[in-house]
Design a binder for this molecule. Structure first.
Ligand code: AP5
Length: 256
């Protein structure tokens, strides 16, 4: 199973609110449960995708749910999810209660035996508090919160070159991770598009929202001794290797 198929499979599971039989755990039976933090474009989705593929973790990305909801018929969406799409397109955060309800409905995915990587949730302190309660109720514990850091110029370059498959949602970069054929997804042959919230005006809103609403989470998790800060510089393989080393992740008993 390729990385990109893994992403699609987990998106389907997340949308349908049920766990799936994907890969057997690849980490010798040890479950890892992480939350990813970092500004838009730092590369969270890319490293989460690699953790799903290489470690067998469930990749649960709230942004992917809202983007996928956009392509479903409006009549099949709850009023809250229809409203959420408008927030996402403007680069604003979806209201906390909508996101918290959505994650709670899908809590079965948190029990995947190999563990999970949460990419995009929690995004505010109220979401973090609700998630803490949910984890306690489900009798699960986080291994840590991985906070990725990168200079703003590099972030802007990463976002400016991002292309996403309109069908299977695989992520590329025109320079750093180009597809084999320009504009076409390697995985499913679908057309590659620029995400609506990667327009310069929406990027500005997302950066401001990150500073105001998400950056306070760094203090929240630091005060609980859960924060693990990691540089997101270098190639995706560099970032993945650094993540495993810094977070103490061992594959099948060996360091990754
Ligand atoms: P979401 O999808 O979570 O977007 P985001 O946090 O803005 O993050 P991005 O997906 O833009 O960036 P990324 O860090 O994953 O970067 P990527 O790996 O793609 O959320 C979207 C929206 O949904 C929000 O704005 C909000 O409206 C709503 N939402 C979602 N969750 C919510 C919540 N909990 N509460 C409220 N609202 C919520 O990488 C970027 C580019 O760089 C790619 O082209 C990639 O190929 C390239 N790249 C990645 N890594 C490297 C590398 N190491 N070297 C070179 N290039 C790289």
């Amino acid at each position: 199973m390729t990385t990109r198929n893994t992403k699609q499979a987990w998106l389907d599971a997340w949308l349908q609110a049920k766990p799936i039989d994907l890969n057997a755990c690849k980490c010798g039976g040890r479950a890892y449960r992480f939350v990813l933090l970092g500004a838009p474009g730092v590369g969270k989705g890319t490293v989460a995708q690699m953790m799903a593929e290489r470690l067998g973790l469930a990749h649960l990305a709230t942004g992917d749910i809202f983007r996928a909801a956009k392509s479903l018929p409006a009549a099949s969406l709850s009023p809250a999810l229809q409203e959420a799409i408008g927030y996402m397109q403007r680069g604003e955060l979806v209201p906390d209660q909508t996101v918290i309800d959505l994650v709670r409905e899908r809590r079965a995915c948190l029990h995947w035996p190999a563990g999970f990587v949460l990419d995009g949730f929690p995004r505010t302190v109220p979401q973090a508090e609700a998630f803490e309660q949910l984890m306690r109720a489900e009798n699960l514990a986080l291994d840590g919160v991985l906070n990725f850091e990168l200079p703003i110029e590099t972030i802007v370059a990463r976002l400016g070159g991002r292309r996403t498959c309109s069908k299977c949602k695989a992520v590329y970069h025109v320079v750093n991770m180009p597809p084999k054929v320009d504009g076409i997804c390697d995985n499913c042959g679908g057309p590659l598009i620029i995400r609506e919230d990667d327009r310069p005006d929406a990027i500005r809103v997302r950066m401001d929202v990150y500073q105001k609403s998400t950056a306070p989470l760094i203090e929240y998790y630091r005060s609980r001794n859960m924060l693990i800060t990691i540089s997101a510089e270098g190639t995706p393989d560099d970032v993945f290797a650094r993540t495993c080393k810094t977070a103490g992740i061992r594959c099948g008993g060996n360091p990754c």
